[in-house]
Design a protein around this ligand. Sequence first.
Ligand SMILES: Cc1cc2nc3c(=O)[nH]c(=O)nc-3n(C[C@H](O)[C@H](O)[C@H](O)COP(=O)(O)OP(=O)(O)OC[C@H]3O[C@@H](n4cnc5c(N)ncnc54)[C@H](O)[C@@H]3O)c2cc1C
Length: 440
Amino acid sequence: MSAAATSRAPGSWGHYPSSHPYQMAACRNRQALILPTDSRSCLPFGNGRSYGDVCLNNNGTLLLTRGLDRFIAFDPATGILQAEAGVLLSEILTLIVPQGWFLPVTPGTQFVTLGGAVANDVHGKNHHIAGSFGCQIRAFELLRSDNSRRLCTPEQNTGWFRATVGGLGLTGLITWVEIQLQRIANPWIIAENRRFASLDEFLTLDAGYETRYPYIVSWIDCAATGKTLGRGIYMAGMHAPPGLRKPPPPERRALTVPFTPPVPLVNQLSVPWFNRLYYHLPRPARGLTPYQPFFYPLDNLLNWNRLYGRQGFFQYQCVISPAGIREALPEILARIAASGQGSMLAVLKRFGTKTSGGLLSFPRPGVTLALDFPNRGQPTLDLLEQLDEVTRQAGGAVYPAKDARMSGDSFRQYFPQWQEFSRYIDPGFSSSFWRRVMGD
Ligand SMILES: Cc1cc2nc3c(=O)[nH]c(=O)nc-3n(C[C@H](O)[C@H](O)[C@H](O)COP(=O)(O)OP(=O)(O)OC[C@H]3O[C@@H](n4cnc5c(N)ncnc54)[C@H](O)[C@@H]3O)c2cc1C
């Protein structure tokens, strides 16, 4: 471990709240790693793809994990992969896809670290069949602030395993992770697109597709009102059978948003226009596509978060249980549309029943809705509190990985196992998120 003389503190993806750690320490050699023992609390920082403050530790120490970037073992016969916690999912894909393997669960960006994927117990488009990332873990090592090390597996040190999967970095530093990959015959994806005109139509489509397709996700027009409320595009995909492929598309360099504009380009004028256009855009009902644009459509525009301007933005991601879907989801969408806030990035997805057992894991059976909101100050905070009201009443939950503002009361209601979880928190670790929801 070496104290890094980095002048600029890394922040989170939503650029809110701001990041003011006391110091940063770069983790490099996993075997020789010793955690700092001064009185300031530590928090691991992966690649900052969390939107709010779960990866921030104001006035404390951020343990920068990207230096833990080595592959430890990969068996192409069994698909068991062991790698250090700072390795990115994109780096894993580069290694495994040519050898006929794929990530068993992947979030909507490939630029997250293994440690970050475990600590938020991330989910992907296949949650209805595969569960979350935590369901795919065979083992990991946890380094505590007393510099003891624990091997955690679903059968060994089970309490530590369940607290660390989805544990928001609070139980210690994960140094390496071992996962089981999934075999694929072909990295190309057969993708289907269907327009739906209402939430009822979405639910009908979903019931048909979820048994036939491993990957499903929908875009929803959050600016639509009245008769068009709940309309969107349903997208389903599966890995193609062997041999079915097209000539690879010409290699294109990802575009980048070069600077943060003084005013957000995502605003009340641009969103309804964009959404109307996107909904009506002609798209093939069925086609073959490379896996990257299917799983990671946003990764092709680097730094797209800058489009929200200097004030940053919030993401609101909730899950609503099956019993509450027909009432709570239309209510949430109607409140967003009436407020004139919200963005083009609105996603709807079904969660299945398979669970990792993580004490603070977010996924649970139901439908999850995720939307971005440009930060307009108090009006945005008021709207998000209103959405929380609906989510709380529906017995749902909000995703900490995307959150920067939920109240402590909401958090305790959404995550009733928080007290059991608290017993596993490392006394030398804390985060801005945890202090916020615990009220100190
Ligand atoms: C475009 C985009 C799409 C996304 N799509 C999805 C999605 O589909 N599904 C989903 O679930 N999430 C999604 N996310 C959120 C993202 O997957 C998670 O926030 C993820 O945890 C970020 O990983 P990171 O490496 O950037 O970690 P960070 O954001 O830096 O940290 C996340 C948490 O992990 C902890 N942590 C990091 N490394 C370690 C370690 N080595 N040991 C212990 N704790 C550690 C941190 O303390 C923090 O609490 C998306 C994010 C973006 C920007």
